[in-house]
Design a protein around this ligand. Structure first.
Ligand SMILES: *Cc1c(COP(=O)(O)O)cnc(C)c1O
Length: 442
């Protein structure tokens, strides 16, 4: 028996309530704050709050704590690096960690082409850099992105983002020349079609409609795609989707950018989600799980498009030496242990989620790869009407029972635990979700 989940006070407890009150008095009003979790310490898949309540973490700090919270090998790497030096600026000077991390990311990225790596502090910065490189390399202005996508919050990335209207409201004008098209979201096909009989209509229309009537493909620098949409609802497109986008890009000299900020670094049971499709993107962006919680992001680009010269792009903090050490330790652990675990635990969780679908008619769709699993809820299986209230009730109720969850998209639950969970954690989570679904629906 594990010593978590273990709830011993009212939730939130008194110490948590006091900190929530201080935070709410002083922090910016834009923060979401899903529920009143106030963390004191965390280890592996366990998070303890300031009142001594222990939770099982199935959201990993938004899919970030890939090797679990405070993995000893990651903490040791951070401590050793911090004791040597904290900063020198990797854009202007050299240190081994930066060279080693770039070398490693280039080596693990899919495909045979030689790669070059830029290190950033976050996902949105990785996307911004990829947008700039795509324009620089192609001499073209425009971008294609997908409905439901999330690429970040800074102006370039925000212009690609299309998951929630409040992320755009009152922030315009955004970057011109960004064209949003429907994603390969088969459960809610914009064209009312069914895969595979659709023949990937949603990709075909780019050529037949967008390029025929609206945008000259010669003006398009890049297509930005999440191989599995994250914030948009953990949406897995069909297997032939990314290869079809790759072929489309190749026909028109458009760069294919896979935003793997959420799906990358082992979460799907392969190092990158696009590995499952056998596609080599021109640029891959990563961040979230890369540093096990330390702020670091990257974009990995084919050397053939690395047209820009010294000073064209840079960052004061990007590739911070302590973050590089965390990332190197993370990739090492993921390669040696957690890729295999993510695959194995993912199969167990998928089977469990499918069993929930058999039991509860409110489960409309179950989808995922490795430990990136979405369960979409509906009011009615026939109409597929979304059921956002149920997801909200489930997330809040599970929190009070000691399970940390997060919604995604309009009406989906995401299962994104640290890659270190074991079978007991998986069955504990499924039991709590089942109990909550009974409470909310039966
Ligand atoms: C979270 C996310 C981003 C933005 O990352 P930040 O570190 O929050 O800036 C970009 N793309 C995807 C796919 C993400 O999930």
């Amino acid at each position: 028996m594990k010593d978590y989940p273990k709830i011993k006070t009212a939730i939130p407890g008194p110490k948590s309530q006091a900190i929530v009150a201080r935070d709410e008095a002083w922090t910016s009003t834009c923060y979401i704050k899903e529920y009143p979790l106030v963390v004191e310490r965390a280890s592996g898949a366990m998070v303890e709050d300031v009142d001594g309540n222990r939770f099982l973490d199935f959201m990993a700090g938004i899919a970030v704590a890939s090797t679990g919270h405070a993995h000893p090998a990651v903490v040791k790497a951070i401590q050793d690096a911090a004791a040597r030096f904290l900063h020198i600026c990797g854009s202007d000077f050299y240190y081994e960690g930066m060279a080693a991390l770039a070398e490693k990311l280039a080596a693990i990225a899919p495909g045979p082409s030689k790669k070059r790596v830029f290190l950033s502090n976050s996902g949105t910065e990785a996307v911004e850099g990829a947008m700039k490189l795509a324009r620089h390399a192609t001499g073209r202005t425009d971008f294609i992105a997908f409905r439901g996508s999330f690429h970040g919050r800074t102006y370039g990335a925000l212009s690609l983002t299309s998951s929630k209207v409040k992320q755009h409201a009152r922030f315009g004008p955004l970057l011109p020349g960004v064209h949003h098209v429907p994603f390969g979201y088969c459960y809610r096909c914009d064209y009312g079609k069914t895969h595979p009989s659709c023949g990937l209509h949603c990709v075909g229309v780019l050529e037949k409609d967008l390029f025929a009537r609206h945008v000259d493909p010669q003006d398009v620098a890049a297509i930005f795609v999440e191989p599995i949409q994250g914030e948009g609802g953990y949406v897995v497109p069909p297997q032939d989707y990314l290869p079809a986008l790759r072929a489309l890009c190749d026909r028109h000299g458009i760069l294919l950018v896979c935003d793997e900020v959420q799906s990358g670094i082992g979460r799907t049971g392969r190092m990158f989600a696009c590995d499952h499709a056998g596609v080599e993107p021109d640029i891959i962006t990563v961040a979230k799980g890369l540093g096990s919680g330390m702020p670091i992001g990257a974009f990995i680009a084919k050397e053939s498009i690395s047209t820009w010269g010294s000073g064209a792009h840079g960052s004061t903090f990007g590739g911070n030496p302590v973050s590089c050490a965390a990332a190197l330790a993370t990739i090492d652990l993921v390669e040696r242990q957690y890729l295999a675990n993510a695959k194995k635990m993912g199969e167990i969780l998928m089977a469990g989620a499918r069993a929930l679908a058999d039991e509860f008619p409110v489960v409309g769709d179950v989808r995922g790869m490795g430990l990136m699993i979405g369960i979409e809820f509906v009011k009615d299986r026939a109409t597929r009407e979304p059921h956002p209230g149920l997801v909200e009730g489930l997330v809040q109720g599970a929190f009070r029972k000691g399970l940390l969850l997060l919604g995604a998209g309009k009406s989906a639950l995401r299962l994104a635990p640290p890659l270190v969970i074991d079978e007991e954690d998986a069955s504990t989570a499924l039991d709590i979700i089942r109990a909550e679904l009974r409470r909310l629906t039966v």
